[in-house]
Write a protein that binds this ligand. Structure first.
Ligand code: ZN
Length: 59
């Protein structure tokens, strides 16, 4: 499950892994995870050791 905030819904969702549409490995160990909320809005969550925000919770 991934905790993600949708700007359009202005709500935080706990999304199952099947809402992931893409995962990108960026520079310096940062991972960008693209998800869709329950209204099918696109959400991008950044994760990785250098990011100082709560990353997605692994299953
Ligand atoms: Zn949304």
């Amino acid at each position: 499950m991934f905790l993600a905030y949708c700007d359009e819904c202005e709500e935080r969702f706990l999304l199952p892994a099947n809402h992931i549409t893409a995962v990108h490995n960026l520079d310096s160990g940062v991972i960008a995870i693209e998800l869709t909320c329950y209204e099918r809005h696109k959400i991008v969550v950044l994760s990785g050791k250098d990011i100082d925000i709560p990353g997605p919770a692994t299953v």
